[in-house]
Design a protein. Structure first.
Length: 439
């Protein structure tokens, strides 16, 4: 979150930032009002506490019994007033915290301002989208014909937008995990398998709203009668690892690569672009996460983006990189880059063929969250020999979201005979060069 003093001192800039990001619910004026009220209550409480202490000191030496009783009664009254002021202070502090949670991070000055996909800025392209010399199939048809996914069983056992992976699809998932994990470990990232559950306050610290009463906008599954939620990304659990801790700056950056299942309540409106495996309620993801100093964060952000690009270059999938516009940054991100891979069955319908023209679909993203998450989670850093601490910077980035990578692989690597070529970098783990079913 932003610091209340920063919001007070830069109120107009914060309001403009909220407008640029579409944060219509942000309570900037209320934060300023509550912060002032908190400071006033703190001063009043301190004054009353001093009066109570002075009164207590005066009781002992007092010889006059009547005066002594008067001082005792006054002391009791002052202590009661202190208790009431402290109660009011804590109530205002809780209201201030809730108001601060509504305000997004500030934005990198170079991030494009806007609120629609057209406002995202393409800053790089890699590879050429494939032109087929046969009638291609979408990943759902390919998966069904090759017995790779069972959507009906998933819906029967769990509900719509759940699925069973089968046969080579299972091997593809494991191969993608191994490929990305090995790459990140070789680059100095510590491998972690995180819990699939986290406390509500950890999700709020990362920037999610697990207490959102509106089921239409709620992002995560909550566990009844507990303070736990199923995680939507390993960013949550990785970010929470050092909650309430002070990190030695000499050991920074700390870089991790986490493996987890991810659970999302929102799976998108029905439609061609969200069908099949593209947007589902559960998937496996390999996630990068870093804790660092403010001076290190921008370079680490570029490093994470370069790793994401390297992964998709080696998978042989065309992609482009977007500098994400302000309206699509989400609350925590100071700046975010999205990597979108070419998917032949996305986009508008070509009237000549009756098939989609193809389009890019998001497969990874990376965000620099500056000290926004660390301030919420109370993760600070300290330099040896220096007084005081400062909040860490945190960054995250998707190495691979498995289901979306599978969508791109199936559609881009399909052959005219209905088989699928396995990307070369995945073959050692899949154990074969192609997927086909003998007829």
């Amino acid at each position: 979150m932003l610091d209340a003093a920063y919001i007070r001192d830069h109120a107009e800039a914060v309001k403009q930032n909220c407008k640029n990001r579409g944060a219509l619910h942000a309570e900037v004026d209320r934060v300023i009002e509550l912060d002032q009220k908190r400071k006033l209550l703190a001063g009043e409480t301190q004054t009353l506490q001093k009066q109570a202490n002075d009164t207590a000191k005066a009781v002992g030496p007092e010889k006059d019994p009547a005066k002594k009783q008067e001082l005792i009664a006054l002391g009791k009254s002052l202590r009661e007033q202190v208790a009431l002021k402290e109660k009011e202070y804590h109530q205002v502090e809780a209201e201030l915290h809730a108001a601060l949670l509504t305000i997004p991070n500030m934005t990198h000055p170079d991030a494009p301002v806007g609120s629609t996909p057209a406002d995202n800025k393409v800053i790089k392209k890699s590879g050429t989208p494939r032109t087929f010399d046969f009638i291609p199939k979408d990943h759902v048809q390919l998966a069904e014909e090759l017995d790779l996914v069972d959507f009906e069983a998933g819906a029967s056992v769990t509900g719509n937008k759940f699925y069973f992976l089968k046969n080579e699809a299972v091997l593809l998932e494991l191969a993608l995990i191994q490929f990305t994990m090995q790459k990140l470990v070789s680059k100095g990232y510590t491998p972690i398998i995180t819990p699939d559950l986290a406390r509500v306050e950890v999700l709020e610290g990362i920037g999610f709203m697990p207490r959102d009463p509106n089921p239409e906008t709620r992002q995560v599954y909550t566990i009844a009668d507990t303070d736990l939620c199923l995680i939507a990304t390993a960013e949550i659990t990785l970010g929470g690892m050092f909650r309430d801790q002070i990190l030695d700056e000499a050991k920074l950056p700390l870089k991790y690569v986490g493996l987890s299942h991810c659970f999302r309540t929102e799976a998108g409106a029905p439609g061609r672009d969200t069908k099949g495996l593209y947007r589902v309620h559960q998937f496996t993801k390999v996630e990068m996460f870093a804790f660092c100093t403010p001076e290190q964060s921008e370079q680490i952000h570029l490093e994470i983006l370069a790793i994401e690009e390297e992964i998709f270059q080696e998978l042989g999938l065309p992609y482009h990189v977007l500098d994400t516009c302000t309206g699509d940054l989400g609350g925590p991100a100071y700046r975010k880059y999205d990597l979108e891979a070419w998917m032949p069955f996305r986009g508008e319908i070509d009237p000549a063929t009756g098939r989609p023209k193809g389009d890019y679909g998001e497969v990874t993203s990376t965000s620099n969250c500056t000290d926004f998450q660390a301030r919420r989670l109370n993760i600070r850093t300290k330099q040896a020999g220096q007084k005081g601490t400062r909040f860490a910077h945190t960054l995250n980035g998707t190495a691979v979201a498995v289901t979306r990578a599978i969508v791109a692989i199936l559609e881009n690597y399909q052959r005219a005979d209905g088989s699928i070529e396995i990307p070369k970098v995945l073959r050692p783990w899949v154990g074969k060069d192609e997927i086909r079913r003998e007829r």
